[in-house]
Design a protein around this ligand. Structure first.
Ligand code: MF3
Ligand code: CO
Length: 294
């Protein structure tokens, strides 16, 4: 079939684990995906599609992830160090029997990414980095609970920030919401990317092309790549059970990034302009979508 696996017989149990016969369950779904694949469209393999039990597991993971971000929100302010944020997230997460997904991920040394002002993403928390009145910071939290991954990030404005920074943070949130509005079965990943990008560009900003959202659930980074450089109608077809993140990185200046930091992680805007990001995790459902983590 479309994912290279054998098709079950009509009276076999369905592959989704529902306990129903294949013909009463995913047969017509598979025929629809096969027809799309035959047209040359990119369709998800069945291994990417989450069962109802998977979604419940992801939600339990997300409850910890969201709780950790709420914990940060209650405490962050002028004079907080990003090293303290790392300890808050680490301790909050492990106290609930979960694992901070960034810790040791491909050698990442901390439990959360903290990206301040012109840092686009993957900022490494440090006790030497003190947040000051007027800073904007992205706190990107990812959690593993019972093997299920959740991932979301928020912007925090430290004390009073100037109107331009506030606008960047707000527009970036609206960009995510515009992407979310495109998530429905039989749409395309590119519909999400274009809608999110247009909100940013209409406000005079640009979106980073090298990074984007990603499938997630049973692993940290799964297919599809959710590009914000993509156009409507492009990329993977959205089908019920697909779970991915929407996480545009919006630059106040040019889209280009600088990845030359010797720590191998910290990504900055090439022109030194400010940048912002929000991230949510969403599931495609039978009739639309469900936000799992925000
Ligand atoms: N939430 C980020 C992502 O979507 C987390 C990166 S973790 C790091 O990929 F360890 F790679 F920094
Ligand atoms: Co992510």
């Amino acid at each position: 079939m479309y994912d290279g696996e054998a098709q079950p017989a009509r009276n076999d149990g369905c592959w989704c684990g529902s306990g129903k016969k294949y013909k009463k369950c995913h047969l017509s779904f598979d025929e629809r995906l096969q027809a799309l694949a035959d047209q040359g469209l990119e369709v998800p393999s069945r291994s990417l599609l989450k069962s109802a039990a998977d979604i419940e597991g992801i939600k339990r993971s997300a409850a910890v992830n969201v709780g950790a971000l709420d914990y940060v929100a209650e405490r962050i302010g002028p004079d907080t160090t990003t090293g303290e944020i790392d300890r808050w997230v680490h301790d909050y997460t492990v106290e609930r029997g979960a694992i901070p997904a960034p810790l040791d991920y491909e050698g990442f040394p901390k439990s959360v990414c903290t990206s301040v002002n012109e840092v686009v993403c993957h900022g490494i928390p440090s006790d030497d980095e003190v947040l000051c009145e007027g800073d904007i910071v992205n706190v990107d939290c990812s959690t593993i609970l019972d093997g299920y991954y959740s991932d979301s990030s928020r912007m925090f404005c430290i004390g009073e920030v100037d109107a331009e920074r506030e606008r960047l943070v707000q527009v970036t949130k609206e960009s995510v919401e515009a992407g979310l509005a495109q998530v429905k079965p039989w749409g395309f990943v590119g519909d999400v990317g274009q809608a999110a990008r247009e909100v940013a560009e209409r406000a005079g900003y640009s979106v980073v092309r090298e990074f984007g959202g990603h499938g997630i659930g049973l692993d940290f980074h799964e297919d599809p790549f959710v590009s914000f450089a993509a156009n409507a109608g492009e990329g993977m077809v959205l089908v019920p059970g697909l779970v991915f993140t929407i996480e545009p990185m919006v630059n106040a200046g040019q889209p280009d990034i600088d990845m030359s930091d010797s720590n191998g992680w910290t990504v900055r805007t090439a022109d030194g302009s400010l940048t912002a990001q929000w991230e949510i995790q969403v599931a495609v459902t039978e009739d639309g979508c469900e936000v799992l983590c925000w």
